[in-house]
Design a protein around this ligand. Sequence first.
Ligand SMILES: NC(=O)c1ccc[n+]([C@@H]2O[C@H](COP(=O)([O-])OP(=O)(O)OC[C@H]3O[C@@H](n4cnc5c(N)ncnc54)[C@H](O)[C@@H]3O)[C@@H](O)[C@H]2O)c1
Length: 304
Amino acid sequence: MSTPKGPPAPLPVLSPAPQVFVVGAGLMGSGIAAQCALAGCAVQLEDVSAELAKGGLDRARRALEHAVGRGEVAAERAEGAVARLTTAVGLSGAASAEIVIEAAPEELALKRRLFADLERSVGPETVLASNTSSLPIGALGDGLRSPGRLVGLHFFNPVLQMPLVELISGRRTDADVARRAEGFARGLGKTVVHSADSPGFVTSRALALLVNEAARMLEQGVAARDDIDAAYRLGFHHPMGPFELVDLVGIDTTVAILDVLFDGLHDERYRAAPVLRKMVAEGRLGRKSGEGFYAYPSRGPGRT
Ligand SMILES: NC(=O)c1ccc[n+]([C@@H]2O[C@H](COP(=O)([O-])OP(=O)(O)OC[C@H]3O[C@@H](n4cnc5c(N)ncnc54)[C@H](O)[C@@H]3O)[C@@H](O)[C@H]2O)c1
């Protein structure tokens, strides 16, 4: 006798403090790991080498210490969070995770490859989330056997201080997976906004224009760096000027976002200003490389 088949039962929400596997221990991966550990999750922070993974863990620890210094987190809570953070190299540790958050560089081919590898490592109910700033979630899921399990969870830098997460459902993202990812982000204390799977979503599309226009004004001699930064800060109540912001985000990441927007929207406004490309070619990537539009003498590569 065959049992009658109805619609599949909805997947349960994630545990209150699910095990998390973070791929990429850079600026964002370390912040996301710190935030998840603070919420009580056991977190593995993975990178391509033990040194890079350890560097990410150190950055996560410093972010938590700064939060204690600002009076936002009690010292014991931060210590508990640090104790829940471990490092990994390779994706096999993802097998025990309820959710994987990918925060590798903004390159479509690399992320696709990572998700294909992850799909082989994780359990059938594991949520796969990408922290991509601009790449279509639909395109990232191409090549997956179950593209429905992939969702965009876009955090902001510095993660512990920024209350927003953008949630992006690709054309094939399972509604249940989006619901679970949203519940997870809310559990971290974030406010979730929904965006269609359009290049750059809401926030990176806005960021790209804001920064690109500032860079063009600089190139055209409209105003000097400090005047442009002061104009955005004092004229629009922005907490940072565009050059301070792009140094924080990473100039390489910003150019990658502009390229995705230009390719996806065919709009000249998103053609990266030459000065941004030149800085990437010179390795002046912003705070993370020690120099961008400003110099950060005490912050060598790998520091934030
Ligand atoms: N920088 C920001 O403000 C910001 C904000 C939101 C989202 N994002 C997005 O987050 C992602 C990461 O950005 P980031 O600024 O943290 O970059 P980053 O360069 O600081 O970090 C990327 C990390 O990924 C690692 N990596 C490279 N290849 C890998 C692989 N195959 N497996 C595992 N790790 C690998 C690198 O070694 C590096 O540590 C990008 O998609 C970016 O668009 C960035």
